[in-house]
Design a protein around this ligand. Structure first.
Ligand SMILES: NC(=O)c1ccc[n+]([C@@H]2O[C@H](COP(=O)([O-])OP(=O)(O)OC[C@H]3O[C@@H](n4cnc5c(N)ncnc54)[C@H](O)[C@@H]3O)[C@@H](O)[C@H]2O)c1
Length: 257
């Protein structure tokens, strides 16, 4: 007996998506792709100029987006951003925890103030946003999707990204634990773990280091931001009916865990 093929396209029609860190890089690619698939998008970021540029790009592609200034390290901002999303677009269907930050340097050169910032943005940020979105999903009573941008750093560790790796590993565990609690409310929670992706976050890395990393990738290139974005869109879409608590690496085969 053959397997029935379905040709159902990825569908985000009329969904409302809140994407953090959408002023740049992978978050901007997610916002643009989600809008192209029919979603209305809230671009949430501390970078107002970049965020409004993303909104302009979505608008000029004929879709609908709205910028909200949001610092994910603040739970008050998280709640206010979810409330604003529901005020502007009427509801919330999808949260993408994409905002992230790091500087590559040896652990022995870190100061505790640097750890605090890395943890506040990369670990506490998604926790703040997920709690605010989950409250809205439960109140709306008809499910929802959360997609967290983890990293291969959180699966296998990344040299020079010690505390960042700890945060991304934490996000993977958080994804699984929340997925277990959220499923009874019809909320699916997953993580995407990009490998090295061509965005401003990695633009400052030494070229020799970059060349050495790229040589270790079976596909011999970095990802374009569109590549993790595509996987995020699937997990957030109506086409995802049975995937929850999972971590999917988008890394050209670099790690296979
Ligand atoms: N680029 C890579 O190679 C790579 C690899 C693995 C994982 N990731 C993850 O993917 C996500 C996106 O990374 P990117 O490469 O597109 O980075 P980027 O630097 O291009 O974009 C990050 C965005 O997050 C925003 N941001 C930072 N702090 C914030 C805060 N406190 N509140 C709200 N917004 C804030 C920034 O303003 C920026 O717009 C991050 O979570 C990152 O850790 C990236």
């Amino acid at each position: 007996m053959g397997i029935e093929a379905t040709s159902k396209p990825m569908d985000l029609q009329d969904k409302v998506a809140l994407v953090t860190g959408a002023a740049s890089g992978i978050g901007r690619a997610i916002a643009l792709r989600m809008a192209a698939l029919g979603a209305r998008v809230v671009v949430a970021d501390i970078n107002e100029i970049g965020g409004k540029e993303t909104v302009g790009l979505v608008d000029s592609a004929g879709s609908d987006a709205h910028f909200v200034r949001c610092d994910v390290t603040s739970f008050d901002d998280a709640r206010a951003t979810v409330a604003k999303t529901r005020e502007v677009f009427g509801r919330l269907d999808v949260l993408v925890n994409n905002a992230g930050w790091d500087i590559v340097q040896p652990f022995l050169e870190h100061e505790p103030s640097f750890w605090d910032k890395v943890i506040a943005i990369n670990l506490k940020g998604p926790i703040n946003m997920s709690r605010a979105a989950f409250e809205a999903f439960v109140e709306q009573g008809d499910g929802g999707k959360i997609v967290n941008l983890a990293s291969d750093a959180g699966r296998v560790g990344s040299l020079g990204e010690t505390v960042y790796s700890a945060c991304k590993g934490g996000i993977i565990a958080f994804t699984k634990a929340l997925a277990r609690e959220a499923v009874r409310h019809g909320v699916l929670v997953n993580a995407v773990a990009p490998g090295i992706t061509d965005t401003p976050l990695v633009a400052g890395l030494d070229q020799k280091v970059m060349d050495a990393i790229v040589k270790t990738i079976p596909m011999r290139r970095m990802a374009s931001p569109d590549e993790p974005a595509e996987v995020v869109c699937f997990l957030a879409s109506a086409s995802n009916t049975y995937v929850t608590g999972q971590v999917l690496s988008v890394n050209g085969g670099l790690t296979m865990v």
